[in-house]
Design a protein around this ligand. Structure first.
Ligand code: 0WD
Ligand code: CA
Length: 344
């Protein structure tokens, strides 16, 4: 994307140096049949505790408790005094995923892989969040990104590098923005319980170091993928389908008062919500709509499989096939570019 200091993939042909291969981000080039995307399979999970320590288990799993249709959650409660914020200047890169791989090598090796072969049976290892950014690239006009890639034993590892613009934004957040970032986590606390048979505890501390992450394997066209993503909670019914089908993604968004606001939700927010949950096979997003004072006034469930129908009535809207085809072509591009097997 056009990030003038660091990246030039959006360059037009006349600006492009002859020796620099590029991949266009123009939407029209990706409007073809939906590529093969295999049903994502959960191959494991891990947890990060209140001190951001890694555990090779599901101890941080939470259980969704359906709130009222018209709740009155005060998302500002606890911002001053019951909030432990993760240090977002710490660069974790792929470390937690790599810890999971090292602890679970045996689960990943196919029958064809002998003990002597150290190669992983996948083409790409990355965070789900990085793939979300790839999927939305043809429609993203504001934020650029920078991804680093290294090839090691035939597998390509993709990890994000913060752009100068993103770092500037992080350094210059307003107090209002800082507080609004808390609202999403507070909403999780109002709707999630620690056990299948307990209730949420909004009087507790919100600690954003804590996370439960799923690790899934899938295939996009001819690219075998292994990625991890943070999961907010699961259906508490013990008879619910197996992961990832029982998972629920939670979101907060500004209250919708006009048709124009509804249209904007469809055109911009649902793109990000769809991409993020479609990738790991999470079937539904539960949204809490809040007013300007941070009070959740209504709730709505969005089924990922129905989002493409919802947006069909919008003029000049995003298309799932463009997102997936761009991602697939990007991965082919990376395979052709990062040819030297050298982890450094
Ligand atoms: O090093 C990096 N650049 C990043 C590391 C960027 C993004 C995430 N991470 C790591 C963290 O270890 C985090 O636990 O990945 C984990 C989450 O990964 P993901 O699922 O691939 O990320 P994404 O889909 O962007 O975000 C999922 C949730 C967010 O929920 P909402 O509803 O806001 O999309 O993870 C949280 C947030 O709750 N989150 C993060 N947590 C820790 N560090 C981060 C982050 N940088 N970004 C989002
Ligand atoms: Ca969420």
């Amino acid at each position: 994307k056009p990030n003038h200091h660091q990246h030039q993939s959006g360059a037009t042909p006349e600006q492009k140096p002859l020796s620099c291969p590029s991949l266009s981000t123009r939407r029209e080039l990706y409007e073809r049949d939906f590529p093969l995307y295999k049903q994502p399979v959960e191959v494991g999970c891990f947890s990060l505790d209140a001190e951001r320590r890694f555990f090779n288990d599901s101890r941080q799993m939470r259980y969704f408790v359906e709130p009222d249709r018209n709740p009155n959650f005060d998302l500002r409660d606890g911002y001053k005094g019951r909030y432990v914020k993760r240090d977002d200047s710490v660069r974790e890169k792929l470390d937690h995923i790599l810890r999971w791989i090292v602890a679970n090598r045996s689960k990943l090796d196919s029958s064809a892989t002998t003990a002597s072969s150290r190669a992983l049976d996948v083409d790409f290892v990355t965070w789900r969040g990085h793939l979300t950014k790839l999927l939305t690239t043809p429609y993203e006009t504001r934020e650029g990104w920078l991804l680093a890639v290294t090839r090691f034993s035939g597998t390509l590892y993709i990890s994000e590098v913060e752009t100068e613009a993103a770092q500037r934004e992080r350094d210059n957040r307003t107090e209002r923005h800082e507080e609004m970032m808390y609202w999403g986590y507070k909403f999780e606390q109002y709707t999630c319980a620690d056990n299948p048979d307990s209730l949420p505890d909004p009087s507790g501390v919100v600690n954003t170091n804590e996370a439960f992450c799923t690790v899934v394997q899938t295939r996009l066209a001819d690219h075998r993928l292994l990625f991890s993503g943070e999961v907010d909670c699961r259906d508490k019914d013990p008879d619910a389908p197996a992961p990832p089908a029982c998972y629920v993604e939670l979101k907060t968004s500004a209250e919708i008062c006009t048709p124009k606001q509804r249209s904007n939700l469809h055109r911009f927010k649902l793109l990000k919500w769809w991409a993020q949950s479609f990738l790991p096979g999470v079937p539904r997003v539960v949204a809490g709509f809040r007013d300007h004072e941070g009070v959740v006034v209504s709730m709505e469930t969005f089924h990922i499989s129905k989002i493409s129908h919802l947006i069909k009535n919008e003029y000049n809207c995003w298309k799932p096939t463009v997102c997936m085809n761009f991602c697939s072509d990007f991965m082919s591009f990376v395979k052709h570019m990062a040819t030297e097997d050298n982890p450094r």
